[in-house]
Design a protein around this ligand. Structure first.
Ligand code: SF4
Length: 348
């Protein structure tokens, strides 16, 4: 027999063809589809509405590529981090972040990352491969269960801010978003899902062209090209002018506002001049700004801005009418905070 295919990389139309060729009914594919994406089954044995004969036939032709939570840790602030083992042995991390009014799952889209942002632990790893839609979906399902069963609160938000650049795994990430938001899937509201990019201008425009239903955040971190080049090499091919044009295109087509993520680094991007650069850039599209506390990463010399500098920066932005949120670091003690995900071997 030919190599087995991953059932979750098989489209509905292909599944329908499979059942018709096997002499069965087309609607059987929809039953299987519902087990996979709505009921989150991870084996054919769970599909109890199918006969044993059908389940055995599926087992002969298809396989599963699940992301299995293997290593979990809980921070003193309640943040939960999980290491998910993939079918080929790789490990990726997903994080559940409880806050007063929200419960957020932060998921990975790639094993490692190719973009080498200098402040990020993931960027120090090589990109090993893209995650499959089912591997992204499994992180969401497990973190959602943890939220409900362990922390007693339903999942309210999903952010693609874990390991990897989601727009460099465009097809699989947008397919996963479809399964997460679709009525035939997990039915999360699209406004609760945020894709965060380091800034791939042409893919931002593609998101708009394809009408992908989610929010968009840009990891900005510096609003002049020289500084941004120094910490985010992707800026050399996707400079601020190109990004502004892509974001304006995105806004014109989708009518959605943007979020700019801005980590404050002491003495690097937290001066009044930096705030003015940020305001000039941010005024190009309707947006809000998340100012993020920096988390220490081994081998990185940046330090976080002082409380005084952080306050002065945010006050200046607010005084010009900008919507600003201050984001405290979460999960620092288990290396689960923003920029810290790197499959550290001491996770246990
Ligand atoms: S910040 Fe994001 S894009 Fe940059 S290296 Fe880290 S994971 Fe990759």
């Amino acid at each position: 027999m030919a190599d087995k295919r991953d059932i979750r990389q098989t489209g509905l139309a292909d599944l329908e063809t499979f059942f018709l060729e096997a002499g069965d009914k087309k609607f059987r594919a929809r039953q299987v589809w519902e087990w996979i994406w709505k009921k989150s089954a991870v084996s054919f044995d769970e599909m109890t509405s199918l006969s044993l004969e059908v389940r055995r036939m599926l087992d002969r032709h298809f396989e599963w590529h699940p992301a299995i939570p293997e290593i979990t840790q809980q921070s003193s602030d309640g943040t939960v981090k999980a290491g998910f083992r993939l079918h080929d042995g790789h490990l990726v991390e997903g994080v559940l972040i409880p806050a007063r009014d929200r419960m957020t799952a932060c998921v990975s889209s790639q094993v490692g990352c190719s973009l080498t942002c200098t402040f990020c632990a993931t960027g120090a790893m090589k990109r090993m491969r893209n995650l499959e839609p089912g591997e992204i979906y499994d992180q969401v399902v497990w973190l959602r269960r943890q939220a409900e069963e362990k922390l007693g609160h339903p999942l309210s938000n999903i952010v693609f801010m874990g390991m990897g650049e989601p727009l460099l795994n465009y097809r699989h990430v947008t397919t996963a978003i479809d399964h997460i938001t679709s009525p035939q899937g997990l039915e999360m509201a699209p406004r609760r899902v945020t894709l965060s990019t380091a800034g791939v201008a042409r893919m931002i425009m593609k998101l708009a062209d394809d009408g992908v239903k989610c929010n968009l955040a840009l990891s900005l971190h510096a609003a002049d090209d020289e500084k941004r080049n120094a910490i985010m090499p992707i800026n050399e091919q996707n400079n601020l002018e190109a990004l502004a044009a892509a974001l304006q295109y995105y806004h014109r087509k989708t009518r959605r506002g943007l979020t700019f993520e801005y980590i404050l680094f002491a003495g690097f991007n937290d001066s009044r001049a930096d705030a003015r650069n940020l305001m000039n850039f941010a005024h190009k599209v309707p947006c809000k700004v998340n100012l993020i506390e920096y988390n220490p990463v081994d081998g990185v010399s940046f330090e976080k801005s002082s409380p005084e500098a952080t306050l002065a920066f945010s006050d200046l932005l607010r005084s010009r009418g900008m919507q600003v949120n201050l984001r405290k670091s979460r999960g620092k003690d288990i290396d689960a905070a923003c920029g810290q995900l790197a499959n550290k071997p001491n996770v246990a």
